[in-house]
Design a protein around this ligand. Sequence first.
Ligand SMILES: Nc1ncnc2c1ncn2[C@@H]1O[C@H](COP(=O)(O)OP(=O)(O)O)[C@@H](O)[C@H]1O
Ligand SMILES: [Mg+2]
Length: 334
Amino acid sequence: MFWGRGLNEVALRMIPVEISFVTKSYGDLKAVNGVSFSVNEGEVFALLGPNGAGKTTLIEIMEGLRKRDEGDVKVLGLDPWENGYALHSKIGVIPQGFTFFEKANPREAIKYYADLFGVSVDPDDTLKEVLLEDSAGVLFENLSSGQKQKMGLALSLVNFPELLFLDEPTTGLDPNARRAIWDVIRGLKNKDKTVILTTHYLDEAQQLSDRVAIMNHGNIVAMGTSDEIIEAYGSGERLEIHGTEELASYVRANTDLKVEYKGKGLIGIALNRKIDALTALAAVEQSGLDWGEIHTRRDSLDDVFVKLVRGPMDAQGEIKAENNGVNSTDRRRR
Ligand SMILES: Nc1ncnc2c1ncn2[C@@H]1O[C@H](COP(=O)(O)OP(=O)(O)O)[C@@H](O)[C@H]1O
Ligand SMILES: [Mg+2]
């Protein structure tokens, strides 16, 4: 019966990725330090973190390319290390720093991969899917960085995978090329593919993913939608007023509000309730002191990220050390 079949299909829907308490050390270094999460069908899940956080190690454990020390890993119902061969025909992968034979063009590369997988594909269809149809015959060495990544995406799609692992798909690309890759990933999501990507770009994680796991030193330090992470780890809403330290002191002395003078003529007032804004403004007005622009503000994912990983990150994914004299190049990728 149809209704029965429908129910069975629902019951049989698999959780594509489930990992629990996964660890991996290189000598004394705990690269992955007890990580657990699951990724649902059709979800785009971002592992976000600075260089050295353990993203590649973790993603390669899920792909069956590295052996975990401890923990359970199920990818499409398989243990990736024990059943790597079966798994590899079902997943799509772009390794970090993807590259290919210089003298091959995208159309040839796709044919080559299709032969490897024993599948038949129309290279032009695949190239269309990654918005690379115009460069089907251009040698790899003559493709732009963004086009090279698109070719990597095309290759990851050759075996029609439901689940894709993209390790830093946009690192080093200019903003336009990055956005073009985002369009491709959004297209994959629209086709209900499940995507796990790693990135050190916050905007990328925020723009593309349904959920984000922030990784640092082998641990997941926060996980959820961007909004959930901001809600859990960010400071609540606050009123910001341009004014002097004297004004800040006045408001502090004449209300019960938490008032902070942030320097450079900026005052921050915590709003536990919306109505606190009225109390604050009444006190400001009453002070007779000068004040300027006002607005309310909430922590962004950037603000929360800086708190969680204890420092802002530069465009290369390095954490800028917080005056502790440690040069962040110590953690440079190998
Ligand atoms: N094969 C390896 N041997 C020794 N150390 C490694 C190896 N691969 C990665 N590491 C170290 O493990 C940590 C995590 O690396 P990685 O997983 O590449 O992080 P990410 O992808 O987040 O930059 C880093 O400190 C890195 O230097
Ligand atoms: Mg990496």
